[in-house]
Every structure is written in structure tokens, then in C-alpha cells.
Design a protein around this ligand. Structure first.
Ligand code: HEM
Length: 220
């Protein structure tokens, strides 16, 4: 059985810190938002923790960004430029997750070191990493010191607007984590993706090859 090295060490280290950090940010975020209901830590300690972990996550984001910017692995994040192919493949992937997987059909996505994401993951991870993570970080930074960043906060519509955007993203990430962890269990075994991302970096190339060779991504 062929093994493919799809998650190099910097990606795995980034993901470890990111996963633990996000879970802690969500827990401390809950405590801050629902301070009257949940009271595991004092308000001051929770604010300090939330701020410090936030800074660690911002630094960690640059580990991910710089690794991909200076590595040929960035090809894994190249979008499919043909909308027709993108939607056809996404549809095939959705059919697989909604039906084929329960019938033991092969995954339509062929794994490769430059093609580790299926079309749905590819789109989701681009939106999450290039838009939503930066947006929750920037809004968090603005709220962290609204005197220093007062001008920017006013520019974006005031503390209420910035706070609401930050909160809505928090809600999104609460749901994202559950969905993401569930999707992570849909490899050829329940633990295959977890082992690859958190320990070995390797996935087994079990899947049947894709028929269509129209796009350069499928051959990568
Ligand atoms: C308990 C928390 C988490 C677990 C157990 C987990 C699990 C996994 C697994 C198994 C993979 C590899 C398989 C796949 O792509 O589906 C993965 C990849 C990924 N995860 Fe997570 N994850 C967690 C939290 C997060 C969070 C909070 C984010 C973003 C804010 C995130 C973003 C990503 C991204 C972008 C990838 C692809 C990384 C790359 O290969 O470049 N994950 N995760």
C-alpha cells in the first residue's frame, strides 16, 4: 500500500497549536460572553488567558502562512480555476459523503501530495484560513485595545459592530470545529486523517483514481 506524505512537520505543529488554541479560545470566549452563567475562572483571568492565547494563535497563523508561501506545497491551496470542474467535483464529493460512503463506494478524490484536499475541503480551507481566521484575529486585536486602535474601530463602525463581527465568527468556529472533527473521521478508517494530521503526516493512498484528467490539479 502506497503511503503519501501529505502533512509536513510545520503544518502538523501549526495544526496542533491551532486546534488546542481554538478550543481554549472558544471555552474562554464562552466564559466572557456568558460571564453571569458560567463562572469557572475570574473575569480578569479569563480576559488575560483569552488575550494571550489569541496572540499565540496570531503568531501561529504566520507559521502556517510562511510555510506555505515558501514551499511548493502551496499548490495544495491553488483553487480550481474552472468553475464547471469545481462544481462537478464538489457535487461528486457531496454525493459520496451523502450516499456513496454508506455503500462502501470509493472516494472520488485521488490523494496526492499537491492534491490533498477534495474540492469541498479546498474551498472551505481557503475561506477559513484566508478570510475568517484573519478576520477574527483582526477584530479581536481591535477589541483588545480600543484606545490604541480607536481610529480603526471607528472606521469599521464602532465597538458594537466590531464586537458583533467577532462574536458571529466565534459562533461560526464553534460549529466549524464540530463539523471539521466529524469530517476528519471520514477517512478509509475513522482515525486515518487524525493520525496523519496529528502524528505521522502520512496517508494511505487507498482511493480509486479519478477518471477525469481535464484539469492540471488532478494530475498533480
Ligand atoms: C479539535 C480540533 C481539531 C481537530 C481534531 C482537527 C482535525 C483535523 C484533521 C484530522 C485534519 C486533516 C484531514 C482533513 O483535512 O480533514 C485537519 C486539517 C485541517 N484543519 Fe483541523 N482540526 C481541529 C481544529 C481546527 C481548527 C480550529 C482549524 C481552523 C481554525 C482547523 C483548520 C484546519 C485546516 C486549514 C486543515 C488543512 C491543513 C493543511 O493541510 O494545510 N482545524 N484538521
Amino acid at each position: 500500500m502506497t503511503k503519501i506524505y501529505i502533512h509536513p512537520l510545520p503544518v502538523r505543529l501549526w495544526h496542533w497549536v491551532n486546534a488546542v488554541g481554538f478550543v481554549l479560545m472558544i471555552l474562554t470566549g464562552f466564559q466572557l460572553r456568558f460571564a453571569g452563567t458560567v463562572r469557572l475562572l475570574s473575569f480578569e483571568t479569563t480576559v488575560d488567558l483569552h488575550n494571550w492565547i489569541g496572540f499565540v494563535l496570531i503568531g501561529n497563523f504566520f507559521v502556517w502562512l510562511l510555510f506555505y508561501l515558501f514551499s511548493d506545497r502551496i499548490r495544495a491551496y491553488h483553487p480550481e480555476l474552472s468553475p464547471r470542474l469545481h462544481f462537478e467535483r464538489s457535487f461528486r464529493q457531496m454525493q459520496y459523503y451523502g450516499y456513496g460512503i454508506f455503500k462502501g463506494q470509493p472516494n472520488p478524490h485521488k490523494l496526492g501530495i499537491y492534491d490533498k484536499f477534495n474540492p469541498m475541503q479546498s474551498m472551505m480551507y481557503q475561506v477559513v484560513m484566508l478570510m475568517l481566521v484573519p478576520l477574527i484575529a483582526v477584530t479581536g486585536l481591535l477589541l483588545w485595545d480600543s484606545t490604541v486602535f480607536g481610529g480603526a474601530v471607528q472606521f469599521f463602525g464602532g465597538t458594537r459592530v466590531v464586537g458583533t463581527i467577532h462574536y458571529l465568527l466565534f459562533v461560526f468556529f464553534c460549529f466549524f470545529i464540530f463539523f471539521h472533527v466529524y469530517m476528519g473521521s471520514l477517512g478509509h478508517t475513522v482515525t486515518a486523517h487524525y493520525k496523519a494530521m496529528f502524528i505521522t503526516g502520512y496517508e494511505d493512498a487507498h482511493d480509486e483514481p479519478q477518471e477525469d484528467t481535464e484539469s492540471p490539479r488532478s494530475g498533480a
